[in-house]
Design a protein around this ligand. Structure first.
Ligand code: GDP
Ligand code: MG
Length: 660
């Protein structure tokens, strides 16, 4: 059996999904976190549950709405679990009414009951269930209350195929007449293709082309339907969409007035409004944001991060030392010893030692997100983003991009217009992803010991500024037109949940360690082999005569104007395409004496700038290609990024050369 989890954004779907399945999908106090459907198995059963993107209604417009609609129509889940945020019950029920029209076994899970209790509000569950004609279960996904009852009720509903009893929400009048007239016409067609006729009727009235095509109506029927709609619109004095929305809201109002006792203003809301007076203040908002982010970077890369990283890397060095002496005492072949100790262990070790910093950064960022502050940032940034020709909604992919470009590019699917989407995909890679942190930390350890946090912050903002400038230019040249306005609800501020912060960190750590022992080990071995042998597979003394050296020298000249025209750095950039961390492991293998012997401060800055801006890894390129759906455009994006990286690094090198 398969259950679909459907609900508004930020209603707690993913939290419930995790509670049901025991998995650890990313939960955010932030709309738009889930863009793809995710499958899981309910603990202790063999039933599947699917987490779908949050939607407010099933109109035929946005990608997420279409995805959810198609999933329900095509995959025919055995039951829908409609998750409803009890604190915003009226708005949430709008989607519920549409789901009830689908005539699929449905259970409503009223979530956030803990907040309802804390605010002395209440929901009359029995009456609500009676008025809506479906089972209703009160839960608190985050506290895992009511979960087992919910599973039980859903199972019964699915097994008995209990279809919602109520699905007619209209009072006598023009809308009612129109719905019933259209319904008569399409009933047989809907039955034939197996769509609930009530749902099909409303979609047809709303001009959902997909459904209209599915029903295969003839011209005559379409004509009659049109006629009915026009008549209703004139009689009602509203367009069909507004008329239907009005009908639904009237019904919801009457249900809520009987079942919901709302506090005047919830404590959470009131507290949020007060906090927002400061944090989203007209003038202070952005300075406060800058201070918060700088503090986080300072803590991560400054005192705390350094302490953790140093401890961890001396621990790793000890292990490497022990393994090295074991191998030596065993008398293993020297070339193999070199491969293991100077190749694999040194490479992986150098990357792993940055794990504490990355976890620390994610610890802070997930707190920002979980408290609800990130959503405010999106709101504050919206105005700024519009000025540079981007939609405020682009902020979601951008913020995700600081983690990893792959999901960030995928998150652009939430953008309503193609124009905003393409432009955002182009700019997302300028947001410095976490895989680049080891590179920055590695270089600052050598060159900018005193100013680590400053350089780090500078790089992050450098990426952002590059994106802004690019956006302004492209807005004038290639992507003319206006971004679509962006509406997002502000979630209440919450205390961060330790559990979801811990889950996120665990996920990051696993991912990072896994990459270190797969991709990075493999590429380190390759780099080591290529630098140890020449083209005739003789062991070379001088690595510049190796296969790698010969290849790197071909590209060297292109990077000479940037101050790092050395085959070892060029190679590091190329291996960086596999995964950005490999830049560090490659340099560690190729330059055991330390990079200060080759680079100057100015060329180090230039190299950092280049790594910040040049093409992300293959995984990101693949995801860009999937989203833009064109090889030529993908190549165009890659070339564009390399050119931008080159130009700006050149600028940085020239300016730094004069100043330092
Ligand atoms: P989604 O967008 O529907 O997937 O929502 P999420 O699962 O990401 O949750 C949105 C926010 O609501 C997160 O900050 C959760 O911690 C919070 N949340 C989810 N369920 C509950 C609940 O039962 N009670 C409270 N107080 N908060 C919850
Ligand atoms: Mg979600």
């Amino acid at each position: 059996m398969i259950y679909a989890l459907v609900g508004n954004q930020n209603s707690g779907k993913t939290t419930l999904f995790n509670a049901l399945t025991g998995s650890s999908q990313h939960v955010g106090n932030f709309p738009g976190v889930t863009v793809e459907q995710k499958y899981g198995i309910i603990k202790g059963t063999d039933y599947q549950v699917v987490d779908l993107p949050g939607i407010y209604s099933i109109r035929p417009y946005s990608n997420e709405e279409i995805l959810t609609r198609d999933f329900i129509l095509n995959n025919k889940p055995d039951a829908i679990i409609n998750i409803v945020d009890a604190m915003n019950i009226e708005r949430n029920l709008y989607l519920t009414l549409q789901l009830l029209e689908l005539r699929i076994p449905t259970v409503i899970a009223i979530n956030m009951m803990d907040e309802i209790r804390a605010n002395n509000a209440s929901v009359n569950i029995e009456l609500l269930s009676e008025l809506l004609g479906v089972a209703v279960v009160p839960i608190s996904a985050i506290k895992e209350e009511g979960i087992s009852e919910l599973i039980q009720v859903v199972e019964n509903t699915a097994k008995n195929k209990s279809i919602p009893k109520v699905y007619d929400f209209c009072k006598p009048g023009p809308v009612h007449r129109c719905i019933h007239a259209v319904s008569h016409i399409i009933e047989d067609h809907a039955d034939k293709v197996g769509i609930a006729s009530r749902f099909a009727t409303i979609q047809v009235i709303l001009n959902d082309q997909h459904i209209i095509n599915l029903l295969q109506l003839n011209d005559n029927e379409i004509e009659t339907i049109r006629h009915n709609i026009v008549e209703m619109e004139t009689e009602r004095g509203l367009d069909c969409e507004a008329a239907i929305a009005d009908m639904r809201y009237k019904f919801i109002e009457s249900v809520c007035s009987q079942t919901v006792l709302k506090p005047e203003k919830s404590k959470e809301r009131e507290r949020s409004i007060n906090i927002d007076k400061i944090l989203t203040h007209k003038y202070f908002a952005i300075p406060i944001f800058a201070v918060i982010i700088t503090t986080i970077f300072w803590l991560t890369f400054g005192p705390i991060g350094k302490l953790l990283s140093d401890g961890f890397s001396s621990f790793i060095d000890k292990i490497i030392g022990v393994i090295g002496s074991l191998l030596a005492s065993y008398g293993i072949n020297e070339v193999v010893q070199g491969l293991i100790v100077d190749g694999i262990l040194a490479g992986v070790g150098s990357v792993l030692s940055f794990l504490p910093m990355i976890l620390l950064l994610f610890f802070f960022l997930s707190i920002l997100e979980d408290t609800g502050y990130m959503a405010r940032i999106a709101f504050v940034m919206d105005k700024l983003l519009r000025k540079i020709g981007l939609s405020g909604k682009s902020i979601v992919p951008f913020l995700i991009g600081f983690g990893c470009t792959v999901p960030a590019v995928m998150a652009t699917r939430t953008l309503p217009s193609e124009r905003d989407r393409k432009l955002t995909i182009l700019l997302v890679p300028f947001m410095s992803c976490t895989a680049k942190i080891p590179i920055y930390a590695f270089f600052t350890n050598y060159f900018f010991v005193e100013h680590k946090a400053l350089i780090m912050t500078g790089l992050y903002f450098g990426g952002i500024i590059t994106a802004i400038i690019t956006s302004i230019i492209f807005n004038k040249v290639a992507f003319k037109g206006n971004p679509i306005p962006f509406v997002m609800e502000m979630p209440n501020y919450r205390l961060p949940s330790l559990k979801s912060v811990a889950l996120l960190m665990e996920e990051k750590a696993k991912d990072f360690i896994q990459r270190a022992f797969t991709i990075i080990v493999a590429s380190t071995i390759l780099v080591w082999i290529l630098q140890s042998f020449d083209l005739r597979f003789n062991v070379v003394e001088d690595a510049s005569l190796s296969i790698l050296g010969s290849l790197g020298k071909v590209l060297e000249p292109a990077f000479r104007p940037l101050g790092f025209g050395d085959y070892r750095f060029v190679t590091a950039l190329v291996t960086g395409l596999i995964a950005k961390e490999t830049v560090v492991s490659t340099l560690e293998v190729l330059i055991p004496t330390g990079i200060t012997t080759i680079l100057t401060t100015a060329s180090a800055l230039s190299f950092l700038t280049f790594t910040l801006l040049y093409t992300p890894c293959f995984a990101a390129i693949a995801s860009i290609k999937r989203e833009v759906n064109s090889t030529i455009k993908t190549i165009g994006i890659i070339v564009f990024q390399i050119i931008v990286a080159w130009l700006i690094s050149f600028l940085v090198y020239s300016v730094a050369g004069v100043l330092i």
